[in-house]
Design a protein around this ligand. Structure first.
Ligand SMILES: Cc1cc2nc3c(=O)[nH]c(=O)nc-3n(C[C@H](O)[C@H](O)[C@H](O)COP(=O)(O)OP(=O)(O)OC[C@H]3O[C@@H](n4cnc5c(N)ncnc54)[C@H](O)[C@@H]3O)c2cc1C
Length: 428
């Protein structure tokens, strides 16, 4: 099936009005960015604002990748709790990362306001829900850890959580008041438009097929044979990394995550299903996430087939899960379905590498990149502008490590999901 088809609710609502032309001639700029998602476009915006010339090269259109088709949930922080980072990275480095990652939604909100991006951002909080009673201890330990670090994260007992979500299947959970949601495609296109207005050269339909050192600069060549010479380069292709840097592609697993959007809920149901309008993600080995958007549609996602999905019929397991939580959904029907590639790394954390003199790569948000990728635009721009060093990036620089037996990842992912589902059943 054609992976270029993009059937998300965001595209169906408002197809992008602007297309960015392919690069057709030789260009020279201070900075070249490969990949027109949130990481690349936020870095581009901040770098042009710092007075640098920037060229962004995107294989399809800005927002075509995960950035324009994700769940739209704003989830502060990373996969592990703050104390884990302090222990692992030491007080200073760990605290810097915790401060940065857990305030990413605040930083995103500032950038959206400054660039005046209309993307329906709401800050009603993000809930982590314990699905089984055996999950409560871990979810509560996370809440306590964040609270001990002064974060506004409250425990919700079963009745309190039931009020916010409209059913009593969950055992309890926490509410992080800093979280929220938005339309991710509008956010990504808004960043592209802001960067372009500030002077960045943004090119769609421009896949970079070669990247090599040429004298004191980097030469990037596109599939149309056009070139960019740049002093510094940021590669941010995330789950869509192709053969441009083979070792980069082999250092992550591009796991598909799938999403269903319901038809708009009628008034009585819109008041009953997630009336608090928080974003929510479940505990468990196979994570389900959901929210009700500003058009009263339930947007619910999770693992699905490891191939492109364009029809709700391909995601029956997700619709059945939703109907178990809210049986009234039976009568509503699903408007659309889609999926995209999440970059999963071996430690479930984002990775930042210096691959050569002035050549950098950042990827691997493991499903939590919306706020973090945009927030990282500023420090990345400082580095690309030559004003800071790799160690100043909040994600500590590491050397790239290929995942062993990488070519077998589809089998590995299928096996892991099947095993996790089986474990879930027995945990129940
Ligand atoms: C279905 C789904 C649901 C998700 N839900 C959430 C969520 O609710 N909340 C959250 O925080 N995160 C979520 N994520 C993760 C989030 O979307 C990503 O972390 C984030 O968008 C990463 O942005 P990026 O710019 O690094 O990568 P991307 O947006 O994937 O952009 C990479 C771009 O690189 C381009 N590219 C690749 N190779 C080349 C090349 N050789 N030349 C030129 N261009 C190239 C691709 O075309 C692509 O557009 C989800 C992801 C998916 C797929």
């Amino acid at each position: 099936m054609d992976e270029t088809a993009h059937t998300s609710v965001y595209v169906l609502d408002r197809p992008p009005a602007v297309t960015y032309p392919a690069l057709t001639e030789a260009a020279v700029s201070d900075i070249a960015i490969v990949g027109g998602g949130l990481t690349g476009l936020s870095a581009a915006l901040h770098a042009v604002e710092a007075g640098k010339s920037v060229t962004v090269l995107e294989a399809y259109e800005p927002g075509w990748g995960a950035s324009g088709r994700n769940g739209g949930q704003l989830n502060p922080g990373l996969k592990y709790d703050p104390s884990w980072f302090l222990q692992k990275l030491g007080q200073q480095r760990g605290q810097a990362l915790v401060d940065f990652a857990w305030s990413s939604v605040d930083k995103l909100a500032e950038i959206i306001a400054r660039a005046d991006i209309a993307c329906d951002m709401r800050r009603n909080g993000t809930i982590r829900a314990a699905v089984k009673s055996s999950d409560i201890a871990a979810v509560q330990a996370s809440q306590q850890d964040m609270q001990e670090h002064g974060m506004p994260v409250d425990w919700l007992d079963r009745p309190a959580l039931a009020k916010l979500v409209g059913h009593d299947h969950y055992q309890g959970g926490f509410l992080d008041r800093r979280g929220g949601d938005l339309d991710p495609l509008r956010l990504t296109l808004g960043l592209a438009s802001a960067a372009s207005s500030a002077g960045a050269a943004i090119h769609g339909s421009s896949r970079v097929v070669s990247l090599r050192r040429d004298g004191s600069a980097w030469r990037l060549t596109t599939d149309a044979g056009a070139t960019v010479m740049a002093q510094r380069v940021l590669v941010c292709c995330n789950g869509y990394a192709d053969g441009l840097i083979p070792s980069l592609r082999q250092s992550l697993v591009p796991v598909f995550s799938s999403i269903l959007a319901s038809n708009p809920l009628p008034g009585n149901l819109a008041d009953r299903i997630m009336p608090g309008r928080q974003s929510l993600y479940e505990s468990g080995l196979v994570v389900v996430y959901c929210r009700v958007d500003d058009k009263n549609r339930l947007i619910i996602g999770g693992r699905g087939p490891m191939r492109p999905v364009t029809s709700p019929s391909a995601l029956r397991h997700i619709s059945l899960h939703a109907q178990k939580l809210w049986p009234e959904l039976n009568k509503i029907g699903w408007q659309t379905a889609w999926n995209g590639r999440v970059a999963v790394t071996n430690d479930y954390l984002p990775h930042f590498h210096e691959l050569g003199d002035g050549l950098y790569a950042l990827y691997g948000y493991n499903g939590r990149g919306v706020a973090l990728a945009v927030a990282l635009g500023q420090p990345l721009a400082g580095l690309l502008a030559g004003e800071s060093k790799p160690n100043d990036i909040p994600i500590p620089p590491t050397s790239m490590k290929r995942i062993p037996m990488h070519s077998f990842w589809p089998l590995g992912v299928k096996g892991t999901i099947a095993m996790s589902r089986l474990k879930e059943r027995f945990r129940g």
